[in-house]
Design a protein around this ligand. Structure first.
Ligand code: NAD
Length: 257
């Protein structure tokens, strides 16, 4: 499956799922634009390494996805966008009545509003070349809920709603918009929430992994970033040209329960 000649922008892609998705898109031949809110040598080195490993054009562009104008500037600066993967995301775990307002605002901005801004900036570019794919990394928490993650769950449900709306608005064009809903993937984001989960559930690390996280996943395994990258490449393929406005769960059976 070749994506040669396509340019993919992946938000929040200097670690975890975003980096895994960027790798699989580059492996399929796409030029890739990596992004995060930092501007370190290692961010640019990451892109350079991907470029030389897969023989594609790979760049890193700093843009803070909590700021609407920077989301739009990322797309403008990239200059071309055939594939947009809205992946940047953060998480916070706390009961609703103790949820810090600034965390709520940041989660909604980075996990949901950023996808609105980047999509709004990318659609005219896709229309110009007559082809486009928007892939939103939502979550099993975009389809189901669990306690203590109100902002994240509200944002991810919002991403699923945005996905369906963009799909309907582009339905007659050669552009698709879909969401991938991962279950648990052991990335830095999940590692960072384990201590909070230990606190709110009063459990040790292994029990949180077994009883809180993987208990939701009938496969009893974490999904991998390579599997999420592979699903993204599939959604960018011609085989998926009539798949739009839907969610694909990569969750070991979580949402079948
Ligand atoms: P991660 O922490 O490894 O990656 C998050 C990425 O977002 C990083 O590259 C980080 O630099 C970037 N980011 C954070 N704030 C940003 C900002 N203000 N501007 C630009 N970039 C920013 O976590 P991950 O698990 O790889 O998460 C990636 C996406 O997958 C998120 O949207 C997350 O909600 C979703 N997801 C993850 C899991 C999981 O189990 N790991 C499950 C379902 C959905």
């Amino acid at each position: 499956m070749s994506l040669k000649g396509k340019t993919a922008i992946i938000t929040g892609s200097n670690s975890g799922i975003g980096l895994g998705v960027a790798r699989e898109l580059a492996r399929a031949g796409a030029d890739v634009v990596l992004n995060s809110f930092t501007d370190r040598d290692e961010d640019h080195a990451l892109a350079a390494a991907l470029g030389s490993e897969f023989g594609v054009n790979a760049r890193y562009i700093k843009a803070d996805m909590s700021k609407g104008e920077e989301c739009r500037a990322l797309v403008t600066q990239a200059g071309r966008c055939d594939i947009l993967v809205n992946n940047a995301g953060i998480q916070h775990v706390a009961p609703v009545d103790q949820f810090p307002v600034e965390k709520w605002d940041a989660i909604i901005a980075i996990n949901l509003s950023s996808a609105f801004h980047t999509t709004a900036a990318a659609l005219p570019m896709m229309r110009k070349v007559g082809w486009g794919r928007v892939v939103n990394i939502a979550s099993a928490h975009g389809l189901t809920a669990s306690p203590f993650k109100s902002a994240y769950i509200a944002a991810k449900h919002g991403v699923v709603g945005l996905t369906k709306t963009v799909a309907l608005e582009t339905a007659e064009e050669p552009i698709t918009c879909n969401a991938i809903c991962p279950g648990y993937v052991l990335t830095p984001l999940v590692e960072a929430q384990i201590p909070d989960q230990m606190k709110v559930h009063n459990m040790d690390r292994e029990t949180v992994i077994r009883e809180v996280m993987l208990t939701r996943q009938p496969s009893k395994q974490f999904a991998t970033v390579e599997q999420l990258g592979g699903t993204t490449v599939f959604l960018c393929s011609e085989a998926a040209a009539q798949i739009t406005g839907t969610t694909i769960s990569v969750d070991g059976g979580w949402t079948a329960l």
